[in-house]
Design a protein around this ligand. Structure first.
Ligand code: GSH
Length: 367
């Protein structure tokens, strides 16, 4: 087994005592330099580091994935890992994963996909190709639409913004009220970024309530969304619902759905309890969620968003389930629509999948 760097340098000093004052000083400064490296870096040299925050849905998504895969890793709050973060982050976003050979990875979906390629077992991809694509689609839905539930509801109402900003402030210490108020000043205006405004606020809350209402019966008779083991869909949707579930208003909504609440707790440390289910078995309770939320809200929204980005529009407006939705376009989502469309292209010759995507009214947005 390889030794940690301090031990190696210390042994070198013992085995090869310094021969001159200059040599002594070199060896001392090497030792000091290694000591100065954060304790976590030293302790975790041979493991992954997952840098994020409990409050960040994409960070806890990746952490749960690492836990599920049994990948040796150390979870570091962003504030504990400034040096490592600055060294490896290319984008000002969390999560950041640093591999044992010190490569930085960002963006939760590609992180999971790269890890799946490197460490395939236990897989998060259902073996049934239809279930697998639906799982990817639900992951995308969770990441891109589910984030509106979490982020908008967290900062929209004062009761939530105050509670959450105090929770954030407690982590950073100091004057809690002053820090909480500074956090609110920074975060509340950002709800516009996810499309939260007076017109869309009731629609976002309704969407969360409806999605939870669809998930509740689906999770009555199974442990995870695609059967008895977690899939991509679980990680994407869970990160958002877990975080929403920690805030007052959205948390009360989650609590009304005991099966969802139990899944939320379970997904903190997901594990294999059995097999994935076939699409035929999943469909009766998953299709209503896909029709109502993915086909009627998320997909038309993401396509309109992407068109607005292409046209360079300042904002875009469309009708979603009979309500007017209006917002400024979001760049990242246009890119991720391209990615899910590519995933569809890779399986577009699957007749059974096409039949289901047509029946759920999803295919028109993906093809
Ligand atoms: N698509 C990215 C999104 C990551 C993201 O938006 N992270 C947020 C936190 S949840 C962030 O870092 N925002 C900037 C900040 O907190 O300073 C992913 O899946 O990892």
């Amino acid at each position: 087994m390889e030794r940690n760097p301090i031990q190696t340098v210390a042994n070198d000093v013992i085995n090869n005592p310094p021969t001159s004052l200059q040599d002594l000083s070199t060896k001392q400064s090497v030792l000091k330099c290694h000591r100065l490296m954060s304790a976590t870096h030293i302790a975790g040299k041979f493991m992954y580091h997952v840098i994020g925050s409990e409050e960040s849905p994409y960070s806890v998504k990746v952490r749960s994935y690492f836990r599920f895969k049994g990948l040796e890793h150390q979870w570091l709050e962003r504030s504990q890992a400034s040096e490592l973060y600055t060294q490896h982050a290319k984008l000002p976003l969390i999560p950041l994963v640093v591999t044992p050979d010190e490569v930085g990875m960002q963006d939760s979906t590609p992180i999971i996909e790269k890890m799946e390629a490197a460490v395939p077992d236990p897989t998060v991809y259902p073996d049934d190709p239809v279930a697998r694509f639906m799982s990817d689609l639900l992951e995308e839905f969770g990441d891109e639409w589910g984030n509106k539930w979490m982020f908008h509801m967290r900062w929209w109402k004062e009761i939530d913004a105050v509670a959450v900003s105090r929770r954030f402030a407690e982590r950073s210490g100091g004057d809690i009220e002053a820090t909480a108020s500074a956090i609110r000043e920074r975060m509340v205006p950002r709800v516009w970024f996810v499309g939260g405004n007076k017109v869309t606020a009731p629609q976002i809350a309704q969407s969360l309530e409806d999605a939870l209402g669809h998930l509740e019966p689906h999770l009555k008779s199974r442990t995870y969304l695609m059967g008895e083991r977690p899939a991509m869909a679980d990680f994407g949707l869970w990160g958002q619902i877990y975080n929403a579930g920690r805030d007052p208003t959205a948390g009360a909504m989650v609590d009304k759905n005991p099966n969802v609440r139990a899944w939320v707790e379970r997904m903190l440390n997901p594990e294999v309890r059995g097999d994935f289910e076939s699409w035929e078995v999943l469909a009766p309770t998953l299709v209503p969620l896909i029709k109502d939320q993915v086909a009627n809200l998320f997909l038309p929204w993401t396509v309109a968003n992407s068109v607005a980005i292409e046209n360079g529009d300042d904002d875009f407006t469309l009708e979603l389930k009979g309500n007017t939705w209006t917002q400024k376009p979001q760049k990242y989502h246009a890119r991720s629509l391209g990615v899910i469309r590519q995933k569809y292209q890779a399986v577009a010759s699957n007749a059974a999948l096409n039949e289901i995507l047509d029946a759920t009214a999803c295919r028109q947005y993906l093809a």
